[in-house]
Design a protein around this ligand. Structure first.
Ligand SMILES: Nc1ncnc2c1ncn2[C@@H]1O[C@H](COP(=O)(O)OP(=O)(O)OP(=O)(O)O)[C@@H](O)[C@H]1O
Ligand SMILES: [Mg+2]
Length: 254
């Protein structure tokens, strides 16, 4: 019982003293340096930082696509050593298979689930992103925003506890981007999943997240973890949001 209570009190995710580097020929390129933070279950956190500071690398480590050179990443107290359906990743581009339908693309992360159980998971995910009427369409029949929604559905179908997003709306036009940001907030609140979003766009970070992690230039180090004390749904044009935006910009430029 005491052990169970302890588990319930653990943060959902713990990143502890993570450093990472890549080998470039004979040289070692340090990319992340001593990164530590935690995510509580259900929390929405954004990561901002200069290009090349290791944001994508950090997400890949948390997703279990690579193992950190130093430090550890724990999910509910358990060391992350490989990928898992509890942590799914959305990339900047949709990365859909052109020969598969929307539903088949959305089902891609469910290969180890029986077809009978797969169908309701895919249907629920397509509904969450508003594409239930496009299940049989092919990627070439979709707009850019719709394609990115399919990528979101693919990440949501396994009903992950942690949704990792790597600049998910960066390639979209401003109008579609703001619409999808709004949908993502709704989605996060509906599913109760934990959200970690990497973005270049400070306004996006402040629109989406309860906390913003500000990274320094490569090798990425945490400069600050900032709370965003604004209620949802957020007002992009609000004075407080603009004040926080200016603050983060100064931190990044400084
Ligand atoms: N597989 C790899 N092999 C060698 N170097 C790599 C590899 N992946 C990333 N890097 C290097 O690590 C550094 C960090 O890359 P990463 O993609 O994590 O940065 P980022 O913060 O996501 O940048 P951006 O904002 O431009 O997407 C870069 O200098 C990149 O060249
Ligand atoms: Mg990146």
């Amino acid at each position: 019982m005491a052990q169970r209570e302890e588990k319930l009190q653990l943060p959902y995710l713990e990143v502890k003293g993570v450093s990472h580097s890549f080998n470039l020929g004979t040289e070692s390129l340090p990319v992340l340096s001593d990164i530590s933070f935690t995510l509580d279950r259900g929390q929405a956190t954004a990561v901002v930082g200069p290009s090349g500071c290791g944001k994508t690398t950090l997400l890949r480590l948390i997703a279990g696509l690579a193992v950190p050179a130093a430090g550890s990443i724990l999910v509910q107290g358990k060391l992350v050593e490989t990928t898992g359906r509890d942590r799914t990743l959305v990339f900047q581009e949709p990365r859909l298979f052109p020969w598969l339908t929307v539903a088949q693309n959305a089902a891609f992360g469910l290969r180890d689930v029986t077809p009978v159980s797969r169908l309701p998971l895919v249907e629920a995910a397509l509904k969450l992103v508003g594409l239930e009427d496009f299940a049989d369409a092919y990627p070439h029949q979709l707009s850019g925003g719709m394609a990115q929604r399919v990528a979101l559905a693919r990440a949501l179908a396994p009903q992950p506890e942690l949704l990792l997003l790597d600049e998910p709306f960066a390639a979209l036009d401003a109008f579609t981007r703001s619409r999808l940001q709004k949908e993502l907030v709704n989605l996060w609140r509906t599913t109760g999943c934990t959200l970690l979003v990497v973005t270049h766009d400070i306004e996006e970070a402040l629109y989406l997240a309860e906390r913003v992690i500000i990274l320094s230039a490569r090798p990425g180090q945490i400069k600050e973890v900032m709370d965003v004390p604004l209620p949802y749904p957020r007002d992009r044009t609000g004075a407080k949001l603009h004040q926080l935006r200016r603050y983060i910009l100064n931190q990044l430029e400084g």
